[in-house]
Design a protein around this ligand. Structure first.
Ligand code: ADP
Length: 695
């Protein structure tokens, strides 16, 4: 009967306890233990109508419970507590929680009286007083486990004669929960923090290591192993020896030096960039950083921890850049960064090879009192400044300049300067990135070329001048000779004398033609040929031309024809004398170089729809010996003949076509040839049409 009553009591007590426990959990966010305790005690009294609440704390080190707070409403009781309180508050009750650990969640555990529970620490007298006043002689506790670990207990004292309802009994609440909860919360926070850090470490893809300096044992994370391509099993046991097997021999020395300095406390951090051998045999670059995290009391390092960062990609780029820089530094191009306004350049940075180019060290050139502009040749300085100002005004994306700069040894060098400016809003000082290189050789050879060309031109002019003078000098006495021959012809001569005179006249006629050609040619070369501008009938001109050549054509049994298209106007304006000269030369050549067949002169009218310009196209075709393709471009040059033996066979100076082409070009036209060797040639020339036919 008694048992059942207790059982029933226990259940309602349990309900109360469960409610309390829930509250405790809800209140667990309250950081301060004291506040939590006060709240819990208040709750306890409210729920159960308790007049006294006693708070106990679990002291883990001693595996004991300590009564730490007593809260009493009843005045009488207060006196008792005051009487026994000092002792009560300091009492520590040893407990065996190992026993508790084995119990399941919510398991009830019965305690006997206070003296018994405290193993006699509370004097039987006090215990008796408390029992008399409270009527309590038994306690039940409820165990709270979390993940199998003791989390807390809730205890209620039970009075045997007044077991039910719980409201009427004096309840006694002792709990570990506050402490445990608090601890639990702190632990949860710690765990959350750990997890957060672990997440961060995972996200940053860094390897981590911890090195027990005393035992040499090492703990590393998975990423550490992944970087070097090993599984944990392949690597274990991991200690300092593992590290020495991985690191590149060349990097080991530096790493050791750094480690020693940190361990000796000479520097706070260990940091090296080193190579580790990957399982596949290649090297990876690691940024290795760490520090001593635990020291012994006598200043010995106990634990060091740090990280590995894979910097292979960065390192490869770095090496690539260094290679490029070395390449440039060994080459002829000097890189500059300037700062300032035109005329006063301050060199911010310059590559080392500047010394080879200008004789000054980079340090000298970058010194604040060094002015690059002062090295410039005085004849170039103002031009360079002016140009720079102008480029800047136009906000040129880049610009180049060429000028002379004085080498440290006193001689000048031509410099090619390429600049990329960075403009500022105010357009004042600007920063310029650029490069310079030696241009002396190129400038020299250009100068040489220019000089050679000038010389050649002067020589050519002198030759032309000489030719012109000679021809003129020859022509004057020749005219005298020819005049005398004409006079001689009018005197009485016998047959033989007349024959000789005719031969002399023919010879002097040919000579005059040659002289005339040379004079014409020298005039054309000097651009001194004067073109007339008169209106003439092109048809009459062509008719005269044909009849002039008809005799010689017939002599060679050649057919000579002329074909003028209808669209060709009758009257045009231009220089009929020069036009005739060109046609005469072409037709003369055609007859000269043709043995059988025909010579045809054609004139067409062409108008360009786009430019609306009109021109005449003249065409002289023959069925003669033709001109080999490779010779065709040359025949328009002076003194050029396809075959020098032709001079003997056909006569001529090789000036005719050069003169003709010169005249045509001066008239604003073009001249060219189409020819097949052995089949004949066609010479073309054009001249702009100035139609003067009255419409
Ligand atoms: P020349 O006739 O006085 O030698 P040209 O300047 O008139 O000088 O002609 C240059 C050369 O071009 C000639 O010597 C000849 O070799 C070639 N040539 C010119 N016209 C013809 C042509 N109609 N047929 C073949 N060869 C020609």
């Amino acid at each position: 009967m008694m048992e059942r009553k207790t059982e029933a009591t226990s259940i309602s007590v349990l309900d109360s306890l469960a409610r309390l426990q829930r509250m405790a959990t809800e209140q667990a966010t309250v950081r301060d233990t004291n506040t939590l305790v006060l709240i819990m005690m208040q709750q306890l009294k409210e729920i159960s109508g308790t007049r006294i609440a006693i708070w106990t704390e679990y002291i883990k080190e001693k595996n004991a419970l300590k009564v730490s707070k007593v809260d009493v409403d009843n005045r009488l009781l207060q006196n008792v507590i005051r009487l026994a309180g000092r002792e009560l508050l300091s009492v520590e009750i040893p407990v065996d929680f190992k026993l508790m650990d084995t119990k399941a969640e919510g398991q009830l555990m019965y305690w006997s009286g206070l003296t018994e529970a405290t193993e006699g620490k509370v004097s039987p007298e006090i215990s008796a007083v408390v029992k008399r006043l409270t009527g309590l002689d038994r306690y039940i506790s409820i165990i709270h486990l979390l993940d199998g670990q003791l989390y807390g207990t809730s205890t209620i004292g039970l009075s045997a004669d007044q077991p039910d309802p719980p409201r009427q009994i004096l309840e006694f609440y002792a709990s570990l929960s506050s402490v445990s909860l608090h601890r639990n919360q702190a632990e949860a926070q710690l765990m959350a923090e750990r997890k957060r850090l672990a997440d961060i470490i995972e996200a940053t893809r860094v390897g981590t290591w911890e090195w027990n300096v005393q035992t040499n044992a090492m703990a590393v994370n998975d990423r550490y192993l992944e970087m070097v391509g090993y599984t944990r099993r392949e690597m274990e046991p991991i200690d300092l020896g593992t590290w020495y097997r991985l690191i590149h021999p060349e990097d080991k020395i530096m790493s050791n030096r750094e480690l020693e300095a940190v361990i000796a406390g000479e520097q706070p951090f260990y940091e090296v960039e080193c190579r580790l051998r990957h399982k596949n045999g290649h090297w990876i670059w690691i940024m290795d950083q760490g520090k001593v995290v635990r020291w012994s009391a006598d200043g010995q390092p106990l634990l060091m921890s740090g990280t590995h960062l894979d910097i292979t990609a960065k390192k490869e780029v770095e090496l690539e850049i260094r290679k490029e820089r070395d390449l440039f530094a060994s080459g002829p191009v000097v890189f500059f960064t300037w700062q300032g306004s035109p005329g006063s350049w301050q060199v911010e940075r310059v590559s080392a090879n500047v010394e080879k180019l200008l004789g000054y060290t980079p340090e000298t050139i970058m010194a604040p009192d060094f002015e690059y502009g002062m090295l410039m040749h005085p004849d170039d300085y103002h031009r360079v400044v002016q140009e720079a100002v102008e480029f800047r005004r136009k906000r040129a994306h880049h610009y180049t300049q060429t000028y002379r700069v004085r080498h440290r040894d006193g001689f000048y060098r031509w410099i090619y300067d390429y600049n990329v400016p960075e403009y500022r809003e105010d357009n004042e000082e600007i920063r310029i990135q650029g490069y310079i290189h030696d241009e002396t050789e190129r400038m020299m050879s250009q100068e040489k070329l220019r000089f050679a060309k000038e010389q050649a031109e002067t020589a050519n002019m002198a030759k032309s001048q000489f030719l012109a003078n000679m021809s003129h000098e020859i022509r004057t006495p020749l005219n005298g000779l020819m005049g005398m021959m004409q006079l001689l012809e009018m005197t009485a001569l016998n047959h033989e004398q007349q024959e000789y005179l005719q031969l002399a006249k023919t010879a002097s006629d040919s000579l005059l033609v040659v002289i005339q050609d040379i004079l014409d040619y020298t005039r054309i070369e000097a651009g001194k040929i004067q073109l007339e501008e008169t209106v003439f009938d092109i048809h009459i001109l062509l008719k005269d031309l044909v009849s002039l050549f008809q005799v010689s054509a017939r002599e060679k049994k050649l057919h000579l024809g002329c074909n003028v298209s209808e669209k060709v106007p009758v009257k045009i304006s231009g220089d009929p004398f020069r036009l005739r000269q060109v046609l005469t030369n072409l037709v003369g050549n055609a007859i000269k170089f043709t043995e059988r067949g025909e010579i045809l002169i054609q004139v067409r009218h062409l108008s360009n729809i786009e430019t609306r310009e009109e021109e005449l196209v003249f065409q002289v075709s023959d069925t003669g010996i033709g001109i080999p393709l490779h010779k065709q471009p040359e025949i328009f040059d002076s003194f050029q003949q396809v075959d020098s033996s032709t001079t003997r066979k056909y006569g001529g100076t090789g000036l005719g076509l050069a003169i003709s082409k010169g005249i045509v070009e001066q008239m604003g036209g073009r001249m060219w040839v189409e020819s097949t060797e052995g089949a004949g040639s066609t010479f073309y020339f054009t001249c702009p049409l100035k139609n003067q036919t009255p419409s």
